[in-house]
Design a binder for this molecule. Structure first.
Ligand SMILES: [Zn+2]
Length: 381
């Protein structure tokens, strides 16, 4: 990774607020970097950009907050120490105080960020200003840049501005992420994955993404040629078109130390059903379906072995944005096997409802989570 010595960042003692600019008017953008402690490209990109932003403060048309993530893990250069800081936000929102006793270092990090986020929201909401969030990451596999997000229309609108693959449905496979937590508070939040942890281009892509986001959020004004330059930094390889993809399979791993991914997979590589992908507890793991491999695990921490993606057609997405707020929502409980639990929340009995049920709920903007072999839980996003 390219570490610019002039940035002079002390990783042993990194500040919670990497940089901030509070404007009287205009939108607010909150950037998270280093939520995983071994993903430093975002921290470096924030630092680098903040030097330039500091010199042009009088031209900023909104507020910017750059917030560091797992500072204890950054210090040690690891993803996390006790708990993955990007998997605990569901628990935190259920019990939003620092009274936990399991001793995980990450609770104090999460609680600290939680208070800061609340203070930022409080301030800008009172002023009637829009608030948007982004979360910067890198991956253990080699990869082009991509944007993961929970499928809300507002997130789609933000993500669609960038010439990179857009990954839908991550919240149905990975629970307790910071993005889901922010979305549940009612604010748009998208991720940006810049490439492999050690890829020198990752930091450059982070910077390009941040400049473009600041422009699209109307906090700065880029010239056309600057926009094109940044967009060309983000552009992906021709084999991976910048379309929508949906997660169709998630291989959960209990112990990452016993999971060995076959070498050489990059994100979005084509795989065939039955292909040997990995060994887990010394047993072979084969691809359950054909598709594109996504986030294959090449580090000994984490619970996501790999995902399989399928491309989503623009037509389907168009349909889903039309139907999302339609009257159809009022009649879902009439479908066989579908039961309404509360407004906006249903269960689906799969032994009765066989065809396209998941697709219908997705189309209408529901989050679909499998409760057990026979039951789905569906929640309006
Ligand atoms: Zn990460």
């Amino acid at each position: 990774m390219q570490y610019s010595p002039e940035l002079d960042i002390e990783l042993d003692n990194i500040e919670r607020i990497l940089w901030r600019h509070e404007a009287e008017e205009g939108p607010a953008l909150v950037v998270f970097a280093g939520i995983h402690g071994n993903e430093l490209a975002g921290i470096y990109a924030c630092k680098k950009i903040s030097y330039t932003l500091s010199k042009m403060k009088d031209r900023l048309m909104g507020s910017v907050y750059m917030i560091s993530g797992n500072r204890q893990a950054i210090k040690k250069g690891v993803r996390y120490l006790d708990r993955d800081l990007n998997r605990i936000w569901g628990e935190l929102s259920e019990q939003p105080d620092d009274s936990r006793t399991d001793g995980a270092t990450e609770w104090s990090e999460a609680y600290d960020i939680f208070q800061l986020v609340n203070a930022i929201i409080d301030k800008h909401q009172k002023l009637g200003q829009s608030i948007k969030f982004i979360d910067l990451h890198t991956t253990s596999a080699e990869s082009c840049a991509f944007i993961p997000f929970n499928d809300t229309l507002e997130n789609r609108r933000s993500a669609a501005l960038f010439p990179v693959p857009q990954i839908l449905g991550i919240e149905e496979s990975i629970h307790g992420t910071l993005l889901s937590f922010i979305n549940d508070l009612g604010y748009p939040a998208i991720g940006f994955e810049a490439g492999g942890h050690t890829d020198p281009q990752a930091e450059e892509r982070m910077e390009a993404f941040l400049w473009l986001y600041l422009h699209f959020a109307q906090i700065i004004n880029l010239r056309l040629e600057e926009m094109h330059r940044y967009e060309s930094v983000l552009e992906t390889i021709p084999e991976v078109p910048d379309q929508y993809y949906e997660i169709t399979y998630h291989h959960f791993v209990d112990d990452a130390r016993k999971f060995i991914m076959k070498k050489g997979y990059r994100n979005f590589d084509v795989i065939k059903e039955g292909e040997l992908l990995a060994y887990e507890n010394k047993e072979p793991v084969y691809a359950p379906s054909s598709g594109l491999i996504f986030m294959p695990l090449y580090q000994q921490k984490g619970n996501d072995g790999f995902f399989i993606l399928k491309g989503r057609s623009p037509f389907w997405l168009e349909m889903s944005s039309i139907f999302r707020d339609s009257m159809v929502n009022n009649y879902l409980h009439l479908l066989p096997g579908v039961k309404r639990i509360s407004p906006g929340s249903f269960t689906v009995d799969l032994t009765i409802a066989r065809f396209f049920v998941k697709e219908i709920f997705h189309l209408l903007g529901y989050r679909v989570i499998r409760k057990n072999v026979h039951t789905l839980n569906c929640f309006k996003r």
